[in-house]
Design a protein around this ligand. Structure first.
Ligand SMILES: Cc1ncc(COP(=O)(O)O)c(C=O)c1O
Length: 484
């Protein structure tokens, strides 16, 4: 993000005026469009509001912008658009299309993290740099020649990676499959996208867990799907609820995250796993098993995936490199019947001709390298350590104000706030205190929850972040009791 150069000979306001003029002339702010307010720009650029006022005055004197009391500052139409040439109404276009924007809380969190990179991040569901195998991957990249031909690859995915995944899935997840049943995707997110766009139709009813990561994705609504909830208790969803939703709404598919579920950390009980598969086969109902966290199991082996127990072929299994290695490689996979893999690979051909071959080669090297197992062992220990740190900090800072169940794997802690406070106010206050988290309402229908991701912050930041959060929460509670 551009900021004025305080060492420059040019004054701050002149630099800002030049910068805005350039962005206007490049079309970022077309004629008639609203500029950010003086206060917002001052915050973004780390300058006094009076500096922005001077910059605006300069642009106004050149006729580039116009300000009207009560309606803000706009790019002037007379100077930049008064000819037979007309700029398309980009804002209208930006609001068009069938793809819905991200949820306001998610956009606010992303904006806060971009503008204040020093925020302690309990929101991003990914590993910190010290947990990712950065050095191992750099070493592999320096040791291997990656490709001799950089043409379009198979849209189903790089064949050696699919072959390596066959052994990986057999060894770590007990899933027996073949390379022709595997589709490589840009993270599991793309698997979800392909399923919602290519296998379902607008108006179809689907069941998702409540709370669930899926709720945070307007992608489901963009596909025109009708969402029905499967409440999650301490052993996951209840199989009878699936049957009931089928009877009532003829659901077409069920989305489950059975191990260390995002956001609750819950594990689907062993008996329920069998029953879910029984219901699925009884109703010929596909189950999407989203399984990104299993290999983070802190102690012992994670429960077996539904896919490994599926004798009928009800399960579309999706996995990812993101939570066990590196989200930036964007490597995910789907194991599905051949007809589905072919259909989705064909869609990939239209969308992007498949994933870049380079990260696929890196992932394949890493999976079969001697670095993989030691990395996983270290990851599990470190994640457990960070989980313990956040729990200790919460017990110290908010013993009476939060309740939670300690997860046995994954990256997230799901906390119930004992007195309910306003989600948005709590997030704003926490950001002011230097910490960001995800309000629970993003993931489901119940209010009064918070999701903390403990994998992204450093060990030192965890205690500090929780004390900032505790201050924010206590302030809101005090404010409320003053009003009561
Ligand atoms: C349950 C679940 N599924 C899918 C994803 C998407 O992850 P990726 O596309 O990085 O694999 C996430 C990310 O947070 C997740 O928590």
């Amino acid at each position: 993000m551009w900021k004025p150069d305080r060492q420059s000979k040019k004054t701050l306001y002149e630099q800002i005026a030049d910068h805005l003029e350039q962005r206007i002339s490049y079309g970022e702010f077309p004629p008639g469009s609203l500029l950010p307010s003086e206060r917002k720009l001052a915050e973004q650029l780390d300058v006094n509001r009076s500096t922005v006022i001077l910059a605006f005055a300069e642009l106004r004197s050149m006729g580039i912008i116009e300000s009207r009391t009560g309606s803000g500052t706009r790019v002037s139409k007379s100077k930049w658009g008064a000819t037979p040439k007309h700029t398309p109404n980009w804002r209208r276009y930006a609001e068009g299309g069938s793809f819905l924007p991200n949820l306001p809380f998610m956009r606010k969190i992303r904006e806060a993290l971009t503008q204040q990179p020093s925020l302690i991040d309990f929101a991003s569901g990914e590993l910190a740099a010290d947990l990712a195998p950065v050095d191992e991957i750099a070493k592999l990249m320096s040791e291997h020649k990656y490709t001799s031909y950089l043409g379009y690859d198979n849209p189903q995915g790089y064949i050696p990676l699919r072959q390596d995944l066959v052994s990986f899935l057999a060894r770590y997840r007990g899933i027996r499959t073949t390379e022709s049943s595997i589709l490589i995707t840009s993270g599991s997110q793309q698997s979800l996208y392909l399923i919602t766009q290519c296998l379902l139709s607008p108006g179809d009813a689907v069941a998702i867990e409540d709370p669930s990561y899926c709720y945070s994705l307007p992608m489901f609504q963009s596909a025109g799907l009708r969402l029905f909830r499967l409440p999650v208790d301490q052993h996951g969803v209840r199989p009878d609820d699936i049957r009931a939703l089928y009877k009532k709404h003829r659901i077409k598919m069920v989305f489950l995250n059975p191990n260390y579920q995002n956001p609750t950390g819950t594990v689907l009980g062993a008996e329920r796993r069998k029953q879910v598969l029984d219901v699925a086969s009884e109703l010929a109902l596909p189950i999407v098993e989203d399984e990104p966290f299993s290999l983070t199991a802190y102690e012992g082996n994670p429960p077996p995936p539904l896919k490994s127990m599926d004798t009928v072929g009800s399960v579309l299994y999706i996995g990812s490199f993101s939570k066990i290695a590196a989200s930036g490689l964007r490597i995910g996979w789907m194991v599905a019947p051949r007809s589905i893999v072919e259909r989705l690979a064909d869609a990939r051909q239209q969308m992007d001709f498949g994933l870049s071959v380079i990260p696929q080669q890196v992932a394949a090297q890493f999976l079969k390298s001697s670095h993989f197992e030691p990395h996983l062992d270290r990851l599990r220990i470190q994640l457990q350590y960070k989980r313990d740190l956040i729990i200790e900090a919460l017990r110290k800072e908010l013993p009476d104000l939060v309740t939670f169940t300690a997860p046995e794997g994954g990256l997230h802690l799901w906390c119930k706030l004992v007195p309910e406070v306003h989600d948005g106010k709590l997030l704003d206050e926490a950001i002011r205190k230097g910490v960001v988290f995800v309000p629970g309402s993003v993931y489901g229908s119940d209010s009064g929850f918070v999701r903390f991701t403990y994998a992204r912050a450093t060990a030192e930041e965890i205690g500090l972040g929780i004390s900032g959060f505790a201050e924010a929460l206590r302030e809101l509670i005090d404010e409320r009791s003053c009003l009561d």
